[in-house]
Design a protein around this ligand. Structure first.
Ligand SMILES: Nc1ncnc2c1ncn2[C@@H]1O[C@H](COP(=O)(O)OP(=O)(O)O)[C@@H](O)[C@H]1O
Ligand code: SF4
Ligand SMILES: [Mg+2]
Length: 402
């Protein structure tokens, strides 16, 4: 990928639904996204609830590589990834195609063998479970997936009700009658008529199918939902319904949610925090309102500047964040920019306008100035200074012209 082809990725985001956002970056249809986890209490519009503080998921230093077709050095897809989710918290994961989002979700779920790090769910390292312990964990249903295509969860030949009850039936939970009752409850919980239980997936709409797949995921009261692009295939109206549904479920069920989405505006409406992946590394993570308003990493800034529907404080012009045509990022202070890039260093250096000699070293993720450790961090050597280079008059879009 070149440094100017962001538009070729699924994060170019030029067609996002601008109408869904208000001036402060919140969705008009969603819950306030601002710093909920930090404040301890949030008003949901349906009454004030205590915001969860219990850590549910902790991913530490996760690394994963795949064999290269034809042999040779393995391809590193995740590198030193950290992530945490509290019970009832909704954490967004963004990054362009190929950045490792799906691999991360699969690794958390125990699908794919990490070669470094840990995945702790309620303090237990689930990445190390084997044999019976692993089987028991999977049967517990503590961790569930919601996919972009609901037909990955719903068998086309089974009624919706049978698909939703499948997990309960396999574990022998309850009687046939009590399972049918639980299916009805689950369908109501996702806003569907219980009569849908008798239909086949092909007999209901795409939006209804995604609701049904969510009912299947939550019927066993999971601790964590991993949602991989769950609204990408839906129209704007269904997308909003599903996002509101997920937001409601994490509150009602105290389920933690990891929501992978290339649509930044979807996350702006409901996520508490966001994790930004670039080439398998976390380059920034923090409260979503802060990150979207004033990104600290040049890559996050480029993503957000390229997403017209996401309101932000400084409204940087995407062009001001890209290297000038013909420039060799990282070659500012000597002539060995290419050599330094190939030797490692910052993963974003080849696309970064602000790269310098220092960027030959991989930047550690450091807390943003004035924030406590763990709240907001970015991995950039020049996090304090890169913005000074783009805050000239041409770099800032006027509110009216954006
Ligand atoms: N089973 C696999 N074998 C080899 N490479 C894979 C495999 N799965 C994913 N990859 C590679 O890992 C990288 C990350 O993929 P993925 O996690 O699907 O990214 P994303 O979901 O962000 O688009 C891509 O380069 C992809 O080609
Ligand atoms: S460390 Fe250097 S190359 Fe990497 S994002 Fe920061 S300025 Fe750019
Ligand atoms: Mg993916």
């Amino acid at each position: 990928m070149t440094n100017t082809d962001l538009a070729d990725t699924d994060l170019a985001d030029t067609d996002l639904a601008d109408t869904e956002l208000t001036d402060d970056g919140r969705a008009t249809t969603g819950r306030a996204a601002t710093g909920v986890a930090a404040t301890g209490v949030g008003d949901t519009g349906t009454g004030t609830v205590a915001v969860p503080q219990t850590e549910l998921l902790r991913v530490e230093g996760l690394g994963l590589s795949f064999p290269r077709p034809g042999g040779g050095r393995r391809v590193r897809v995740l590198d030193d990834v950290d992530l945490s989710v509290r019970a009832g918290e909704l954490v967004g994961v963004i990054g362009e195609t190929g950045s490792g989002k799906t691999t991360l979700a699969r690794a958390i779920a125990g699908l794919g063998a990490p070669d470094a790090g840990r995945v702790l769910l309620d303090g237990v390292d689930i990445s190390r479970l084997r044999g019976r312990a692993q089987r028991d964990f999977r049967r517990s249903g503590a961790l569930q997936f919601v996919f972009q295509d609901p037909l990955r969860a719903l068998d086309p030949d089974l009624t919706i009700g049978a698909s939703i009850a499948e997990g309960l039936a396999i574990t022998g939970t309850g009687t046939r009658a009590s399972r049918a009752e639980q299916v009805s409850d689950a369908l109501r919980r996702v806003g569907l008529d219980p009569a849908v239980a008798d239909r086949l997936p092909a007999q209901i709409s795409g939006g209804q199918r995604q609701r049904a797949s969510i009912a299947r995921a939550v019927i066993g009261r999971p601790r964590l939902l991993l949602c991989d692009e769950p609204v990408s295939a839906l129209d704007a109206s269904n997308r909003n319904h599903i996002l509101r549904l997920l937001d409601g479920l994490r509150r009602q069920l105290e389920v933690g949610i990891v929501l992978i989405s290339h649509d930044l505006s979807s996350l702006a409406g409901i996520a508490d925090r966001v994790v930004v992946l670039y080439r398998g590394r976390v380059v920034e993570d923090g409260p979503i309102a802060d990150v979207f308003s004033r990104p600290q990493h040049p890559y996050t800034a480029l993503l957000i500047a390229s997403a017209p529907s996401v309101r932000r404080q400084d409204r940087l012009d995407p062009a001001s964040l890209r290297p000038a045509a013909g420039a060799d990022p990282g070659a500012d202070s000597d002539s060995d920019g290419a050599a330094r890039r190939s030797a490692g260093g910052c993963v974003f250096a080849h696309r970064c306008r602000f790269a310098t000699h220092a960027c030959a070293e991989t930047p550690p993720r450091r807390a943003v100035a004035g924030r406590p450790a763990g709240e907001w961090a970015a991995a950039c050597h020049h996090v304090e200074t890169w913005r000074d280079q783009v805050t000239g008059s041409t770099a800032i879009l006027k509110e009216s012209s954006a």
